[in-house]
Design a protein around this ligand. Structure first.
Ligand code: BGP
Length: 474
C-alpha cells in the first residue's frame, strides 16, 4: 500500500491537430496538418518525401474535423474534471493565433478560444500544461520560408511565445516548447513542415531545421522566465530506451548510438550546448549547421526547467544488418524483443522499460521529469454505450506501477503523468480513428462521420479511482 508523492499531477493529454477540427473557424489560417491525409499517402507526406500538392482532390484530411473538440471542449473538460484530473496537457494551433505565421498582431478569436479552455480548466482546479508547438505550422510559413529550414522561423515562433506568455500570465505555469522534438528525424513534414526536395539531403535538412528549433526553444525559455519567474518550461522527447539485442559489444555500441539519436536533442536543451558526440556525428556526415558564437550563448542561456517525454515502447538495437532489415512497427520500426508482447500496431509493450527510461533520464539530467504521453492505441468495441477496455486498464496499471517503483524505490523525481489521448482522437502516425487511446469514447469513424457524442469507457472509472487514491489503488 503506497501512494505517489503529495502534489503529484495526474491527468491526460491531447494535441490541437488531432482533436480540435474546426479548421476554418475563428479566422484560423491553414496549417500543414490540414493537408495530411488519413490513408495510403500519409506516411510519405508526414515524412516529407511526398509534397501534399501532388494529392488528388478527393483525399480525406482527418485533422480538419478530428473529434470536433472545437465545439465540445466545455463538455470534454467537464468529463476530465469528473475523472479528477489535476492537469490537462493540450497544444496551441499556431495558425489559430497567427493565421499566416508572420503577422505582427495575433488573431483575437484564437486567443479567446484558448483562454476559455484555460479558464474552464481553472474553474475545475485543473492545471493547464501547454505545448506551444505540437506537429503543426501555418502553411504560409512553409510556402514562403520553407518552414524550419529557415532561421526566420525563430522570430515568428518567438512572437507566438511572447503572445502566449503575456496573455496567459498568472493562469498557466507549465509550458513545453516543442512536442517530441526528435520526431523531426522521422516525420519532418508533420513535425516541422519540411518537404524534402529531390536534390536535398534529408538528414542535413532535418538537423538544420532542428538547430533552428533548438535555438527557438532556448530563446523561449529565457523569454518565459523574463515575463514570469514562476513559469516552468520543459523540453519534450519521444523516449524509450534501446536495448542491445545481445551482450555482443557491437550490439551494445549500436544501442548507445541509437539512444543518442534521441538524447541529441534533450542534451542540448537541458545542458545548453552540443555534446561532443553530436558535433562528431555532424562532422562525419558533412553536415554544416553554421553554429555561431551567438547561437552558443543563446543555447547556454535557455536551459529547460524540466524534462518531459512520451513513452509507448522500448526498442532493440543490433549491429547485425539482417536483424535490422527485419525491424517492424509503425514510425519506430524495431527488432522484435522475444520477451515482450506488442500492440496491434507493433509497438512493444514494456512497463519495466518505463522504469528503465525514467532512471536513464534522471541519471543523465537530474531534473524533474514529467511523463506527458503514455497509453495503448487499440481497436475498441463499442457495445451498449460503453467499451470494456480491460486491455487498456492493464497496460496503464503496469506502467503506473513502474512509475511508482521508479519514484519509491529508485528515487526518481517524477512530477506528473498525463496519459495520451485521454479522449479518443485521431492517430498522428496513421490518421486512423480506430487507433484509440481514450477513457472517453467518441462516436466518429474512419471518414470523420458520426454523432461525435462522448461515452465513458470502463477505464474512465478505473482512472478516476487511481487519481482519487493518488495511485494507491491501481
Ligand atoms: C506521439 C505524438 C502524439 C500521439 C502519439 C501516439 O508521437 O506526440 O501526437 O499521436 O505519439 O501516436 P499515434 O497517434 O501514431 O498512435
Amino acid at each position: 500500500m503506497s501512494t505517489f508523492p503529495k502534489g503529484f499531477l495526474w491527468g491526460g493529454a491531447t494535441a490541437a491537430n488531432q482533436c480540435e477540427g474546426g479548421y476554418l473557424e475563428g479566422n484560423r489560417g491553414l496549417s500543414n496538418v490540414d493537408f495530411i491525409p488519413s490513408k495510403e499517402n500519409r506516411f510519405a507526406i508526414a515524412s516529407g518525401q511526398l509534397d501534399p500538392k501532388h494529392l488528388k482532390d478527393n483525399e480525406y484530411y482527418p485533422s480538419r474535423t478530428a473529434i470536433d473538440m472545437y465545439h465540445h471542449y466545455i463538455e470534454d473538460i467537464a468529463l476530465f474534471a469528473e475523472m479528477g484530473f489535476q492537469v490537462y496537457r493540450f497544444s496551441i494551433c499556431w495558425s489559430r493565433i497567427f493565421p499566416l505565421g508572420d503577422e505582427d498582431t495575433p488573431n483575437e478569436d484564437g486567443l479567446a478560444f484558448y483562454e476559455d479552455i484555460i479558464d474552464t480548466c481553472l474553474s475545475y482546479h485543473i492545471e493547464p500544461l501547454i505545448t506551444i508547438n505540437h506537429f503543426d505550422i501555418p502553411i504560409h510559413l512553409i510556402k514562403t520560408y520553407g518552414a524550419w529550414r529557415n532561421r526566420k522561423l525563430i522570430g515568428f515562433y518567438l512572437r507566438l511565445c511572447e503572445t502566449l506568455f503575456t496573455r496567459f500570465k498568472g493562469k498557466v505555469k507549465y509550458w513545453i516548447t516543442f512536442n517530441e522534438i526528435n520526431m523531426i528525424l522521422h516525420m519532418p513534414y508533420m513535425a516541422a513542415g519540411l518537404t524534402i526536395q529531390p536534390d536535398e539531403n534529408k538528414t542535413e535538412m532535418c538537423y538544420l531545421a532542428a538547430h533552428h528549433e533548438l535555438l527557438a526553444s532556448a530563446k523561449a525559455v529565457k523569454l518565459a522566465h523574463q515575463i514570469d519567474s514562476d513559469y516552468k518550461v520543459g523540453c519534450m522527447l519521444a523516449a524509450g530506451n534501446m536495448y542491445p539485442y545481445s551482450c555482443n559489444p557491437n550490439d551494445v555500441m549500436e544501442s548507445i548510438q541509437k539512444d543518442r539519436e534521441n538524447y541529441y536533442f534533450a542534451d542540448i536543451q537541458v545542458r545548453g550546448y552540443y555534446p561532443s558526440y553530436a558535433l562528431k556525428f555532424l562532422e562525419q556526415n558533412h553536415i554544416s549547421l553554421s553554429i555561431t558564437e551567438e547561437d552558443k550563448v543563446i543555447l547556454s542561456q535557455g536551459c529547460v526547467d524540466f524534462v518531459s517525454f512520451s513513452y509507448y515502447n522500448s526498442g532493440v538495437a543490433s549491429a547485425d544488418p539482417n536483424l535490422q532489415a527485419n525491424a517492424k512497427g509503425n514510425v519506430f520500426p524495431t527488432i522484435e524483443n522475444p520477451y515482450l508482447s506488442a500492440s496491434e500496431w507493433g509497438w512493444q509493450i514494456d512497463p519495466l522499460g518505463l522504469r528503465i527510461t525514467l532512471n536513464a533520464l534522471y541519471d543523465r539530467y537530474q531534473k524533474p521529469l514529467f511523463i506527458v504521453e503514455n497509453g495503448l492505441g487499440a481497436k475498441d468495441e463499442f457495445i451498449n454505450g460503453s467499451v470494456d477496455d480491460d486491455y487498456r486498464i492493464n497496460y496503464l496499471r503496469d506502467h503506473i506501477q513502474a512509475m511508482k517503483d521508479a519514484i519509491l524505490i529508485d528515487g526518481v523525481d517524477l512530477i506528473g503523468y498525463t496519459t495520451w489521448g485521454c479522449i479518443d482522437l485521431i492517430s498522428a502516425s496513421s490518421g486512423e480513428m480506430k487507433k484509440r487511446y481514450g477513457f472517453i469514447y467518441v462516436d466518429a469513424d474512419e471518414d470523420g462521420q458520426g454523432t461525435f457524442k462522448r461515452y465513458k469507457k470502463k477505464s474512465f472509472t478505473w482512472y478516476q479511482q487511481v487519481i482519487a487514491s493518488n495511485g494507491e489503488i491501481l
